[in-house]
Design a protein around this ligand. Structure first.
Ligand SMILES: Nc1ccccc1C(=O)C[C@H](N)C(=O)O
Ligand SMILES: [Zn+2]
Ligand SMILES: [Zn+2]
Length: 212
């Protein structure tokens, strides 16, 4: 039986993980350690729910929106299309993604970095225009994934793309790593943790080849 290749599109959570300016750095401190009187190792985690590769819960951008534990999982499992827009600078416009919308595209994952900035925070990421989100929604796209830390620019106060996602009832993956993934269609698996009242969750995001 041929195995289907798995692409891990998750960032590594570590003390060197770049985080949103002012947000909580990721930290795993040993709480219990192996020793004469202790048979186990257990860490204590300190982190933002927006650490690394994550999904936003609607309550992040909508005070009346659902928190993570209450979000339906359908969008996070299933066929996803990967496109490479790493040649683009500036906001991703409807014209940039129109070519990818033939047939049924339930989930669209967009590469914008030519090299993902694993070592340092980079504020100069390509945002997604709100009109682009509306075009995706019209085509039935239920999830948008980006390799940047946000759909909107870092200094956005209006969160236009997030609000277009809200209006369409779409779902968002942020901080996926697409450097090594050839454009095409895959099976996406990226389930959030069932966290009560929380505004986002890290995900272990993977893409699996469709054909054996
Ligand atoms: N972590 C933060 C801390 C403070 C202010 C914004 C953020 C964000 O993460 C915003 C980004 N638009 C996001 O959806 O992930
Ligand atoms: Zn987020
Ligand atoms: Zn976001």
């Amino acid at each position: 039986m041929a195995t289907r290749r798995i692409f891990d599109i998750s960032q590594t959570l570590s003390a060197t993980l770049p985080v949103w300016p002012g947000d909580t750095p990721f930290e795993a401190t040993p709480l219990w350690e192996h020793g004469e009187h202790c048979p186990v190792a257990v860490a204590r985690l300190t982190m933002s729910p927006h650490s690394g590769t994550h999904t936003d819960a609607p309550v992040h951008y909508d005070p009346k929106g659902k928190a993570m534990a209450d979000v339906a999982l359908d969008a996070y499992l299933g066929i996803a299309r990967v496109i490479d827009l790493s040649h683009r600078t500036g906001p991703i416009l409807p014209d940039d993604i129109a070519f990818a919308l033939d047939g049924t595209v339930a989930r669209l994952l967009i590469r914008t970095w030519s090299r993902f900035p694993h070592a340092q925070w980079d504020s100069a990421f390509a945002p997604i225009a709100a009109e682009t989100i509306r075009l995706l929604a019209q085509h039935g796209v239920a999830l948008i994934g980006v390799d940047t830390p946000s759909l909107d620019p870092e200094d956005s106060k209006t969160m236009d793309a997030h609000l277009a996602v809200k209006d369409a009832g779409m779902h968002i993956l942020e901080g996926i790593v697409l450097d090594d993934v050839p454009p095409g269609d895959y099976e996406l698996i990226a389930l959030p943790l069932k966290m009560d009242g929380v505004d986002a969750s890290p995900v272990r995001a993977i893409l699996r080849e469709l054909i054996a």
